[in-house]
Write a new protein. Structure first.
Length: 327
């Protein structure tokens, strides 16, 4: 008998001695049902076996700069269930005319939304460039009383840490339950992308939009409630929170940024975080965006914290000053 056949025979004999617990089939079936409910069936799965509930959380980030196919990983942050990845792609920058058209369209559409309403926006030009063509925008309701906002966010999410110290000249302006530009979960992207693409084709328009139904207001990992601070010169700093419940499946948050973005590892209250500077951020009034991001576990959930500013006059130390003061 050849060595290959001998090994094959021994392996078959050993396999025959293995017995799976009787409950294993039931557990596997339950996991499959859970995965099916949480994953859009038409999306192609990635190599990592993470649920895609938030895989398109930052699809709109593609709009912020040009996109090509070569990529460079800037950083990865990970908790037990949440993995956050920022990838830099060598940019084929969007034409200035397209950037201006998209920016103006977002402003015009938001002006037609009532406080708290959201809309899905489709761009045929982005579709042609094989970029994510759908964007969700919101006219967030403003809370001028931070205590009222704390009460509401505690009820909807978890109690959030808030700044106890600010850079000189900055003061609280408002709080929001949603971001003006937010991510789109896989199922919603699939549904509205197809719907609005057909609408654009029928109307022969490059940009079309539709209000999100009130049912879409249910609390979602896509929500990024936040606090807005400003100084006398109109410069703003935002603190945003994104909550992933401990009941959720493991989640990948993959964000794409342009080649002008730089990243460096920092420490936020003893936790690893990352500071990034993007000098080609299309939806920023200044064309730039600074961001400080880190993960924290709280009450069984994972929170992605982000302190951001579109101003280049605000320093990295200013962002760290706020981040390290959160209590």
């Amino acid at each position: 008998m050849s060595i290959e056949n001998q090994l094959k025979t021994e392996l078959q004999q050993f396999a025959g001695t293995l017995h799976a617990p009787s409950q294993l089939d039931d557990r596997i079936a339950a996991l499959i049902r859970k995965q099916t409910r949480m994953t859009a069936p038409s999306l192609r799965p990635g190599k990592r076996k993470y649920a895609t509930r938030a895989a398109l959380i930052a699809a709109c980030i593609f709009l912020f700069s040009g996109i090509a196919y070569a990529s460079n990983l800037l950083y990865t942050m990970q908790s037990d269930k949440v993995r956050v990845e920022l990838t830099q792609q060598a940019a084929a920058t969007l034409p200035a005319s397209l950037s201006a058209e998209l920016t103006q369209s977002v402003r015009d559409i938001r002006s037609q939304l009532a406080s708290g309403e959201s809309a899905y926006v489709y761009s045929a030009e982005l579709e042609k460039r094989k970029l994510p063509a759908l964007l969700k925008i919101t006219a967030p309701a403003a809370y001028t009383n931070i205590d009222a906002w704390k009460t509401e966010t505690k009820k909807r999410f978890v109690p959030f840490k808030t700044p106890t110290a600010l850079p000189a000249g900055f003061a609280f302006v408002r709080a929001e339950l949603e971001s003006p530009v937010s991510g789109i979960d896989a199922a919603a992207y699939e549904q509205y992308h197809s719907l609005l693409r057909k609408k654009a084709g029928a109307a022969n328009q490059t940009i079309v939009w539709q209000k999100a139904p009130s049912a879409d207001k249910a609390v979602s990992p896509m929500d990024t409630p936040g606090l807005v601070y400003a100084n006398g010169d109109g410069e703003q700093i935002e603190v945003r929170y994104q909550v992933f419940s401990g009941d959720d499946a493991a989640t990948d948050v993959r964000t794409i940024t342009g080649e002008s973005t730089t990243a460096e590892k920092v420490s936020v209250s003893g936790k690893d975080g990352y500071y990034t500077l993007n000098r080609n951020h299309m939806l920023s009034e200044t064309g730039a965006m600074q961001s400080l991001a880190w993960l924290e576990k709280q009450d069984g959930s994972t929170i992605l914290y982000q302190v951001t500013t579109p101003s280049l006059k605000v320093s990295e130390d200013d962002l760290l000053h706020i981040a390290n003061s959160l209590q």
